[in-house]
Design a protein. Structure first.
Length: 237
């Protein structure tokens, strides 16, 4: 069973990663490149002594001259595709582990539902407090953001499991509280709100990133559901 899930996760993650890469190249990558161009232009025209880009957590820390980054063009695309495939495999493993731990079967028939649940846990819920960011946008320190992101994902996942496994009113109320709790606490916010990115570009990037993630999760749920249900169908022949 475990080996079947691992094999299915690798294949499903590969497929979903390729689909996400194609969607990113079409919808998201052009906006990232535009934001990087704006950021570089702002840095080149900054007056001496103006250090607002050096604040802790600012994206400029990840684009300095000493940091390695893949070259634009084929190398950048190749590394992006590789990263997306690895992310796809990792999340497919998470879904596979979830179906084994909860005892709730993942099939082609409910693959979209599983995919949407993954989308809710790992994208939609965290994005309500920490939306996807373009280069040049202000961000809080990395560690607090990571802690809040994982706490939000974990709380949302636990709430979904409780809702699926227990039908009592108290369980559902507890699930709602779990989902709301990280947002009541609030996500870490940057101390510096200066942004090189136009508001329209930032809003479009957030919308496109969420849409790409939704496509990724739906494809992942369907692919994994198909692969996990296929052996049982073959056994009935």
């Amino acid at each position: 069973m475990i080996m079947r899930v691992i094999f299915a996760a690798i294949l499903a993650g590969f497929v979903a990663g390729l689909v996400m890469s194609a969607a990113q190249l079409s919808l998201v990558t052009p906006q990232i490149l535009k934001a990087e161009t704006l950021e570089k232009a702002d840095n080149s025209t900054a007056k001496p002594g103006n250090h607002h880009h050096a604040t802790v957590g600012d994206h400029t820390d990840h684009h300095n001259a000493t940091a390695w980054a893949p070259k634009d063009g084929f190398e950048r695309v190749a590394f992006s595709v590789l990263a997306n495939v690895l992310v796809g495999i990792g999340f497919a493993m998470v879904l596979g582990a979830a179906t084994m731990l909860t005892g709730i079967e993942l099939t082609l028939a409910n693959g979209v539902t599983w995919g949407l649940m993954g989308f809710l846990v790992f994208m939609l819920a965290p994005s309500a407090g920490l939306s996807p960011e373009l280069p040049g946008m202000p961000v809080a320190d990395l560690l607090p953001r990571q802690i809040w992101w994982w706490a939000t994902a974990a709380a949302t996942a636990a709430a979904l499991v409780i809702s699926a496994k227990f039908g009592s009113i108290s369980a559902r109320i507890g699930a709602v509280i779990l989902i709301a709790l990280p947002h009541i606490v609030g996500a870490p916010q940057p101390g510096n709100h200066h942004s090189d990115v136009p508001a329209a570009l930032a809003a479009s990037f957030v919308a496109n990133s969420i849409a790409v993630s939704a496509v990724f999760w739906i494809v992942l749920g369907l692919s994994l559901g198909y692969l996990l249900s296929r052996p049982s169908k073959m056994a009935q022949l």
